[in-house]
Design a protein around this ligand. Structure first.
Ligand code: G1P
Length: 296
């Protein structure tokens, strides 16, 4: 059985939720503490044992490719100035992964973005990590992509992550109808993309982490546009569910929608608190701020 060694990161969206910041800067390059969102996503994939990362980018996303490339002048300058700790940070990023970039030439939806990577993944299973979502592991736990890949590698069945959401959030996500097999592990019976609360089969939402059998590509090839005129990944996942089965897993990591303004700020605060250089000062600042707000 083939193991998952490749991951697709769709990063072709226009980032309209973050205008004007994203007029010239791709949303995946917005900074969380001291690194762009995309670096956290790539690091999650690498930690899960992924070797090749297929970045599905759109127009104006050169900055993402450049970020993972060599910056000869900068590296030379840092070496000459003896700034070895900074130089190491940069070389680590450039050597981190084999990044293969491909263009999605039309914004036809998430399903279409993933299909764009088909010539690169071929007949192999692969993980998908949405490029604007960040997960933060809790101590001693496995990251979400690693959990999903391990589940696929052990069973040969595709797997998705699921999380419970409030009624007000249901219409933002793909929602799964699931049956629990054992604690934290479910079989998916059906899926609905962004339903109204009244039509949702559950409150189990799909955040952007998946591990797929290559058969999903065959299904995506035949997929027709649906919700919002886009090729929805969820439609092909429904078929995958029936034809090959689909597992779902809960996770202990914290997840941030960094493509959303509030999620972005939350990610900055929480990852800032974990930062060895900043954590303590940020904590003191937040405690002081909370006490001031309490008095107000
Ligand atoms: C996409 C998927 C949806 C999923 C969500 C996670 O929607 O279509 O099923 O729940 O990502 O963030 P989007 O947020 O791209 O509209």
């Amino acid at each position: 059985m083939k193991r998952i060694k490749k991951a697709i990161i769709p990063a072709a969206g226009l980032g309209t939720r973050f205008l004007p910041a994203t007029k010239t800067v791709p949303k995946e390059m917005l900074t969380i503490v001291d690194a762009p969102i995309i670096l956290y996503v790539v690091e999650e994939a690498i930690k899960a044992g992924i070797e090749d990362i297929v970045l599905v980018a759109g127009r104006g996303k050169h900055a993402i490719e450049d970020f993972f490339d060599t910056s000869y002048e900068l590296e030379d300058r840092l070496a000459k100035d003896g700034k070895s700790h900074l130089l190491e940070k940069l070389t680590r990023i450039r050597d981190m992964a084999n990044i293969i970039s491909i263009r999605q030439k039309q914004a036809l939806g998430l399903g279409h973005a993933i299909l764009t990577a088909q010539p690169i993944v071929g007949q192999e299973p692969f993980a998908v990590l949405l490029g604007d979502e960040i997960t933060m592991e809790t101590k001693g736990s496995e990251n979400v992509t690693s959990l999903l890949c391990r589940s696929f590698d052990d069973t040969g069945v595709s797997a998705v992550s699921i999380m419970k959401v409030e009624d007000s959030e249901v219409s933002k996500y793909g929602i799964a109808d699931v049956s629990e097999i054992k604690p934290g592990f479910f079989r998916v019976n059906d899926l609905v993309e962004k339903p109204k609360v009244s039509e949702a089969p559950s409150r189990w939402a799909l955040p952007g982490r998946y591990a797929f059998d290559s058969h999903i590509m065959t299904l995506l090839k035949d997929a027709k546009p649906s919700l919002n005129g886009e090729i929805q990944l969820t439609d092909s996942m429904r078929l995958l569910c029936r034809e090959k089965g689909l597992n779902a897993m809960t996770f202990s990591s914290k997840r941030f929608d960094a493509g959303d303004k509030l999620g972005y700020l939350q990610a900055n605060v929480e990852l800032g608190l974990q930062n060895p250089e900043l954590g303590e000062s940020l904590k003191q600042y937040l405690l002081q701020l909370c006490s001031e707000l309490g008095k107000g």
